[in-house]
Design a protein around this ligand. Structure first.
Ligand SMILES: Cc1cc2nc3c(=O)[nH]c(=O)nc-3n(C[C@H](O)[C@H](O)[C@H](O)COP(=O)(O)O)c2cc1C
Ligand code: SF4
Ligand code: SF4
Length: 198
């Protein structure tokens, strides 16, 4: 069983993740799709993943939507996955293990929702000690190894560099984050549950 997992960015799978998936030959192997989202909505993410996985020759047996702390606005889905999530996801795994045949229905629309970047590119401040960790771990190699500035055309705003920086030196525009947080406050304030599609 192959597990294909991606975060939902703006209700879509990150384009770079789909591009990378499409380089793999499924050869008919069973797969389970996992879309992780920050308690707002995952919209067309699983549908897009399903289409790409099938195009690669995988047999999609099941799909999961799972909630995790919002990587830009950690005040949403704080602390998730929690104990209840862990139990539920373990139960999902048991159900998937006994499943045969392709998944029946995965939610999502065609055409997919328009993709849009978050436009939040973390920048280093004076406390940067040029250790290089951010550049070495950026999933799209957007950060140069000299000044540790991210290329805004490559950056997917995943916030990994901000989380990993040992000096807490990388910052994003706080005003933009506050506006974005306000816009999704209502949608994020109710706890969403993980879902299993068999
Ligand atoms: C650029 C970006 C866009 C996001 N868009 C959404 C979204 O549309 N809906 C949602 O519920 N969460 C959204 N999130 C939250 C992530 O889906 C969630 O934090 C992520 O799945 C956690 O996994 P990660 O830490 O491995 O990235 C977004 C996060 C980022 C960085
Ligand atoms: S991880 Fe932080 S301290 Fe290290 S180079 Fe990047 S911004 Fe500078
Ligand atoms: S936010 Fe993500 S993609 Fe952008 S520079 Fe940092 S690690 Fe790279």
């Amino acid at each position: 069983m192959v597990v294909i997992a991606m975060p939902s960015f703006g209700g879509r799978a990150p384009a770079v993740a789909i591009e990378r998936l499409k380089k793999i030959h499924g050869n008919g192997a069973n797969c389970v799709l996992v879309c992780v989202y920050g308690n707002r909505a995952y919209e067309d993410t699983l549908a897009e993943m399903e289409d790409a996985a099938k195009e690669c020759g995988f047999m999609v047996v099941a799909a999961i939507s799972a909630v995790a702390e919002h990587s830009i606005m950690p005040q949403y889905a704080t602390g998730r996955p929690d104990e209840a999530d862990r139990k539920q996801l373990t139960d999902f795994a048991d159900l998937i293990a006994g499943k045969t045949g392709s998944v029946s229905m995965i939610p999502g629309n065609l055409p997919y929702k328009k993709a849009g970047g978050a436009g939040l590119v973390p920048k280093p401040d004076k406390s940067c000690v040029k250790c290089g960790l951010c550049a070495n771990t950026c999933p799209v190699r957007a950060i140069d190894s000299n000044q540790f500035i991210a290329d805004s055309k490559k950056c997917i705003s995943c916030m990994r560099c901000m989380k990993l920086c040992p000096q807490n030196a990388r910052k994003i525009n706080g005003m933009m984050v506050s506006v974005a947080a306000l816009a999704i406050k209502k949608a994020c304030s109710v706890r969403k549950e993980n879902e299993l599609f068999l």
